[in-house]
Design a protein around this ligand. Sequence first.
Ligand SMILES: Nc1ncnc2c1ncn2[C@@H]1O[C@H](COP(=O)(O)OP(=O)(O)O)[C@@H](O)[C@H]1O
Ligand SMILES: Cc1ncsc1CCOP(=O)(O)O
Ligand SMILES: [Mg+2]
Length: 266
Amino acid sequence: MKTIKQENPLIHCMTNMVVTNFTANGLLAIGASPVMAYSKEETADMASAADGLLLNIGTPSEAVIESMIIAGRAANAQGTPVILDPVGAGATPFRNHIIRKILDEVNVALIRGNAGEIAAILGEVGTVKGVDAQIKTDPIQLAIKAAKQLNCVIVVTGATDVISDGMRTVTVKNGHPWLTRVVGTGCLLGGVICAYSAVKSESLIDAATEALVFYGVAAERAFTKTQTQGIASFQIQFINELSQLTEDEAALFKQVEEIELEEKEK
Ligand SMILES: Nc1ncnc2c1ncn2[C@@H]1O[C@H](COP(=O)(O)OP(=O)(O)O)[C@@H](O)[C@H]1O
Ligand SMILES: Cc1ncsc1CCOP(=O)(O)O
Ligand SMILES: [Mg+2]
C-alpha cells in the first residue's frame, strides 16, 4: 500500500460497463491511477504504458475481446502483469469461448473469480447463475487444482479467500458479507489486486494476499460505521476506508493462514 501511494501505478482497466466508475474511484482511493481504454486502435499503446492490465469480461462483445487480446499481448511484451476476472464464466457458452481465447493468446499472471467462475473454467457445469456463484465447494482444493491446470496464480473469493499457485496456498478471512450486496466489489478487487501486482510483481501470491487483507479490513470498518444506515452508505464508506486505511492499521486485523498440505496432496 505504501508503495502504491509512492509509485502511483497506472492501471489499464478493460472492465465492464456496470462497474467502470466504481473501479476508477476505488483505484484512485488506494493511490493508483486508473485508465479505461477499449478501442483496438489504442489498447496496445495504453497497455504498453501501463504498470498493470485488468481484463474483466463482465459485459463482453467480440470487438472488446479482440481489443483485450491486443492489449494483453502488448502487456506481455513489456512484462506487465495481466489480471483476468472471468465474470460470469459458465453462464453462457460465449463467455466460456472468450475465456479460452484469452487464456490461449495472452499470458495471464493471475485469475480472480468467485468459486463458481473458477469451477466453470475447469469445466464444471451449473456453478454460476448470471455473475454469482451457485456452488459451495472447498475453495482451497479448487484454487490449487485451477492453479495447476491453468498455470497461473488463482484467487478464489468468498467468505474465505484462497490464493494459490499450485505449490503455495494462503487463505484470507477478512471481509464482510455486505460486500456481496454491492455490485462491483469483486470487479474492483480485481483492479486492486492488479495495482498490488504492479508494485510487487516478484511475488503475486504476496501481492494478492496483501490486497485481500487491505480490502477486507476496509470492508469491516465500513460495515461498523454504516450498519445502522444500510448498504448504499456502506458502498460510499467503503471507498472512504480504501482511501484512509493505512497498511499498518490493516496489518493489525489481518486473518491470514498459510495452508500446509500433506506431501501426497501436493
Ligand atoms: N460471505 C462473505 N463474507 C465476507 N466477505 C465476503 C463474503 N463473500 C465475498 N466476500 C468478499 O467480497 C469480495 C468480492 O468477492 P465475491 O463476492 O466472491 O466476488 P464476485 O462479486 O465477483 O462474486 C471479496 O473481497 C471477498 O472476500
Ligand atoms: C451485474 C453484472 N452484470 C454483468 S457484469 C456485472 C458486475 C458484476 O460485478 P461483481 O461480480 O463485482 O459484483
Ligand atoms: Mg465477479
